[in-house]
Design a binder for this molecule. Structure first.
Ligand code: ASP
Ligand code: MG
Length: 439
């Protein structure tokens, strides 16, 4: 890929694939830029959900039959390679019916078939329009992941040579590679999926691996907004985000982006563009921070539970925070947020993990004479944006009264409020930080 201009990666989400004519014209306009183009595709809309449904009923032949029929109907006019994938789906479903216990690699193999079908189907659509598309399955390509089936991470150093070579060879022949998102090949050589929404992450990773100038994440009509429009009626599109802002937004549960999408792009300075296939004017560019630009986005995480751990003489026990987080981690409890003062640690957890957390903390309560209070139902309201601490003075007193916790970094403010007040606090913060602050 040495002498040609840097490639462009176009990733099409499942919903955007419902409109193949638009996808074709989109690919054509990227090709018109005279840079090499690589397409990454998700499964067609609803297909991953169907495969998950089959997995949720591992022994129900009746459900499997329906799932299979619906998956087949979602991929009309499959070329022979795609029809082979379809028979693989049937085989895997039969295998699932006969397997006695949950088999994570088998589940991931089944889940990966949605993207495989999509690339065979999409390549043949593109070829019918004169675009020399070639389907590429990312495990065969050599996109290597760790062995965490269902939520694996891409291993860049292990993947770089094979991915560059494989895609480079196709591009050099004038082909347009159409690569599966969502999964790779684990270190053990098995299929490993990247978690829901993982095709964005795969696309950003492939872009970073091949030195793309930009990765476009094309969604049917989803935009990156200042808040969830079902909660905040005057939520507005955000045209530009820094990598760091986008990362906070993705990690704090804005469902538009998979949380691991940003880092590979940031590390290689690949520009990400999230855009709507239906409305080309809706674009969010994710790129290095620029001076003088002010963005604010609000998100809400719920339902959550807060436990207060009171540690008498907490300041005199320097290892206490480490001890608490290690004990929680050892019990498999994910700490969503931690607010601390000298004698109070406020732990925010997912509701199903509360009991495990209380059990894991029992030795601390014995040895340090600490006390656990709660659980209290809370919602986290989070304001994100570079320099957001400048807005501390604008937070209305009513929003924080009765709050159970508050924390601030230069990029995010988080407030834990009693659960039912979440939406009202979200709207109040949106009004002062977004609507009334727009210049
Ligand atoms: N098809 C997978 C999912 O729905 C991956 C993706 O769409 O990004 O989670
Ligand atoms: Mg999908």
């Amino acid at each position: 890929m040495a002498r040609s201009p840097p490639p462009i990666v176009l990733k099409f989400g499942g919903a955007s694939l419902t409109d193949p004519a638009r996808v074709v014209s989109d690919v054509r306009s990227a090709l018109a830029e005279r840079a090499p183009v690589v397409v990454v595709a998700s499964a067609r809309e609803g297909v991953t959900d169907l495969l998950l449904e089959a997995l949720a009923h591992p022994r129900s032949a009746a459900i499997h039959r329906r799932v299979f029929d619906e998956v087949r109907r979602a991929h009309p006019h499959l070329p022979p390679s795609g029809r082979r994938t379809l028979s693989r789906v049937r085989q895997l479903l039969t295998q699932l019916e006969g397997s006695s216990r949950r088999d994570a690699p088998l589940a991931d193999r089944l889940l990966s078939q949605g993207e495989r079908l999509a690339v065979h189907w999409l390549s043949s659509e593109l070829r019918q329009h004169g675009i020399p598309a070639v389907p590429v399955e990312s495990d065969h390509l050599g996109l290597i992941t760790d062995n965490t089936y269902g939520a694996s991470c891409i291993l860049f150093d292990r993947s770089r040579t094979a991915v560059r070579r494989g895609l480079g060879r196709l591009l050099a022949r004038g082909n347009l590679p159409v690569v599966t998102g969502y999964f790779g090949r684990s270190l053990e050589g098995r299929v490993a999926t990247l978690g829901r929404g993982g095709s964005d992450y795969a696309a950003a990773a492939i872009g970073a691996l091949i030195g793309a100038s930009r990765v476009e994440l094309v969604k049917r009509h989803v935009a990156v907004l200042s808040a969830d429009p079902s909660e905040v009626s005057d939520a507005r599109p955000i045209p530009e985000l820094s990598y760091e802002e986008a990362e906070e937004l993705a990690q704090f549960g804005a469902r538009v982006l998979h949380p691991l999408t940003i880092e590979p792009a940031r590390a290689q300075s690949v520009v990400l563009r999230v855009r709507s296939l239906e409305d080309p004017s809706v674009v969010t560019t994710i790129a290095p921070a620029r001076a003088g630009r002010r963005n604010r986005a609000l998100t809400m995480l719920r339902p959550l539970r807060l436990l207060r751990l009171r540690v008498p003489g907490g300041r005199q026990r320097p290892g206490i925070v480490a001890e608490v987080s290690q004990r929680l981690a050892a019990a498999g409890v994910n700490l969503v947020q931690l607010y601390t003062s000298s004698a109070l640690l406020c732990l925010v957890l997912d509701p199903p993990q509360v009991l495990a957390a209380i059990r894991a903390l029992a030795p601390v309560t014995r040895e340090a004479a600490a006390m656990v209070e709660g659980p209290y139902p809370v919602t986290l309201v989070i304001a994100i944006g570079d320099g957001v601490m400048e807005d501390l003075g604008r937070i209305p007193a009513a929003a924080v009264s009765g709050a159970e916790g508050f924390s601030a970094t230069p990029r995010a403010l988080s407030i834990a409020v009693p659960d039912r007040r979440g939406p009202e606090v979200l709207r109040a913060l949106h009004r002062t930080l977004v609507t009334e602050s727009a210049s």
